[in-house]
Design a protein around this ligand. Sequence first.
Ligand code: SAM
Ligand code: GLN
Length: 284
Amino acid sequence: MILREALQSATQTLRTAGIADASVEAELLLGHVLGISRTQLYTEPERSLTSVEAEHLWRLVRRRLDHEPAAYILGRCEFYGIDFYIDYHTFIPRPETELLVEKAVELAQRISHREEQITIADIGTGCGAIAVSLALALPQAKIYATDVSASALQVAEMNCRRHGVNSQVELLLGNLLEQLPQPVDMIVANLPYIKDCEFKDLSPEIRKFEPTMALAGGEDGLDKIQQMLEQMPGKLSYGACFLLEIGQGQGGMVTSLIKSYFPQASIELISDLGGIERVVKVGL
Ligand code: SAM
Ligand code: GLN
């Protein structure tokens, strides 16, 4: 079989099974098998696949048909223009979380005119996507990155080494803010915020494969956010701020929750490109 036929056939198989973006996904799988980029696929369409390559492709297609996300099959995903190693122990970073990073970078650049090094904590770091992105964008910042999952932290450590930020990012195993060794200037967090009742409606890609611990936010989705607010006294330096990612429709409830802990806080809700309130920015 030649490359063009393999691509057409994999695309058709994925499309027939109802997999969205079937042609992109087929390109990713075939590119992975051949060790070439998606664009390179189109420079040698007549190349023959060996039987080993063809079998490998069909094994990967079968995994995708079983709804395994491509990021786990490939062991990688791109976030904020950076390549991250990913496995089953970690949540797959989402494009909408790039807004959280963008806003954190803007804010950090504004407040880091002070003499001292700015300190930032990424709470629930998973594969380290937010922490590594911040470290690369803000080379003067000291970043703490926490998670309750030791295996997720191992993945985060690999990503920190891979991107040369392992001395800038300190990984801490523990519940939310508990292990932070000093008050920080900024907290950034994409904590689990899926409501119990929403689980059944998640796609099988998420429900069957991603760690429940990374998603489950309790009855109203806000359990982890509330626990973190409770832990904040003593963990933030004077004039600190925090940014949280939230789910669709949670803006009002999160605002009231924050006001109940910090009545003086200035709170701004920032919408993503789809018009969904996605980031809460809080100044204290
Ligand atoms: N920050 C990554 C990102 O944005 O791609 C991962 C976000 S994922 C939605 C939430 C993360 O929070 C998971 O890695 C999960 O293990 C972690 N987590 C859940 N409960 C936690 C807790 N009590 N303390 C620290 N981390 C927690
Ligand atoms: N945005 C993710 C999803 O819809 C949920 C992320 C989270 O719980 N923090 O799958």
